[in-house]
Write a protein that binds this ligand. Structure first.
Ligand code: PLP
Length: 383
């Protein structure tokens, strides 16, 4: 077996070699390293490269070139989307945001921050399947609601929300709809032209592109006025000042093109691997599945083993890289808010692990993982 078996792709992915090679043309004196705001020859050349990348990204997600805004991360895009809307549209009569208690911390903490400014936050609770109840959502949207922010795919349990229908509900109720699509872009084909999504956030390091670059999609037809968070040179039509990171943008666009070209075959391959994995372990005593298998992303599985502390299990896994919950949770919080929102007791949350599959996951690795889990669980239980 290889030295490292990486099964934490939902946390981040390694850069694809092809992406890295392409990025290398944008750093040095021989490369296209200019400032895209400059009106000299190199600046114009750099700007052209960036605009081509913007067009590529737009084409893949079914948007217009001018609807794509570059940021540093999904976190920044999410902050810009939510705060940008609130700063522009908040009044005494319009002060509600609806989100769910299973969102990523970048959404929840942004809402928490806004709460201190007088914004009312309504948290949708999900059923124990982890999927948002759309009838309940429809009923929760009232005249004072400005924005609904819901994720497409949950990063911890992989459950999939029906963003198309949520978009239709929001349109009918005349509220803005923001989607955190960080776990779906590059893995799921979206055609934003056909969807009632006003704002959508994602970042490149989830699909084998570089870290430090993200996108905020802003639907032109929705005529949204977003208040910028960063002021300065007026780049990105004044919405996000700061010299554009050419190499990162090219890296993201190249990575998305590659992911998109392989999207169908890859999903089929990973689906088979996830099934093989689950079939290989589902008979281990005391095992439980968090979320549901049917309506979830093939790339993520969250399971637990009763009376086995996940931190001990992870230590025993040694060179097999998995996660006890999302990367942010495992750094700062001990208990996963997503599993808590699912209704799990503390002991079960602390016995849960997330395994996420990706481009370099092989059948051989899955077979090895199954064997290893059987051995480790037995060993821990015997001690
Ligand atoms: N949203 C979701 C669903 C995520 O999984 C993540 C990262 O794990 C983020 C937002 C934040 O992404 P970034 O690290 O690019 O800011």
């Amino acid at each position: 077996m290889k030295k490292l078996i990486y099964l934490d792709y939902a946390s981040t992915t390694p850069i694809d070699q092809r992406v890295l090679e392409k990025m290398n043309n944008y750093f040095t004196i021989d490369g296209i390293f200019g400032n895209s705001s400059a009106s000299n020859y190199l600046g114009i050349k750099t700007k052209n490269e960036i605009e081509n990348a913007r067009i590529n990204i737009a084409n893949i997600i079914g948007s217009k070139q001018e609807e794509i805004f570059f940021t540093s991360s999904a976190t920044e895009s999410i902050n810009l989307a939510i705060k940008g809307i609130i700063y522009s549209y908040f009044t005494n009569k319009k002060k509600y945001i609806i989100t769910s208690n299973m969102e990523h911390k970048s959404v929840l903490e942004t809402c928490n921050f806004l709460k201190k400014l007088g914004i009312k936050i309504i948290y949708m609770t999900n059923s124990n399947t982890g999927i948002l109840d759309l009838i309940l959502l429809d009923n929760k949207i009232i005249n004072q609601t400005i924005l609904v922010s819901i994720m497409h795919i949950n990063n911890e349990i992989g459950t999939i929300n029906n963003i198309e229908t949520i978009g239709n509900i929001c349109k009918k109720k005349n509220v803005f709809f923001h989607v955190d699509a960080t776990q779906s872009i590059g893995k799921y084909s979206l055609n934003l032209k056909k969807m009632n999504i006003d704002l959508l956030s994602f970042s490149s390091h989830k699909f084998y592109g570089p870290k430090g670059i993200g996108v905020l999609y802003v639907k032109k037809k929705s005529k949204i006025i977003l208040t910028p968070l960063l002021h300065g040179g007026g780049q990105e039509k004044g919405l996000r000042s700061g010299t554009l990171a050419t190499h990162q943008i090219i890296g993201m666009s190249t990575a998305l093109i590659i992911a998109n070209n392989e999207i169908k075959q890859e999903k089929k391959r990973i689906k088979i691997l996830k099934k093989k994995f689950w079939n290989g372990i589902k008979n281990i005593s005391g095992i439980y599945l968090n979320g549901n298998f049917k309506n979830s992303s093939p790339y993520i599985i969250n399971i637990g083993f009763k009376n086995i502390f996940n931190k001990i299990l992870m230590l025993e896994m040694k060179n097999i890289i998995i996660s006890s919950s999302s990367a942010c949770n495992s750094n700062k919080y001990n208990i996963s808010h997503v599993l808590r929102a699912l209704g799990l007791k503390k002991e079960l949350i602390q016995s849960s692990i997330r395994i996420s599959f990706g481009r370099f996951t092989t059948e051989e690795e899955i077979i090895f993982l199954i064997k290893k889990l059987h051995i480790i669980i037995k060993k821990i239980r015997q001690n």
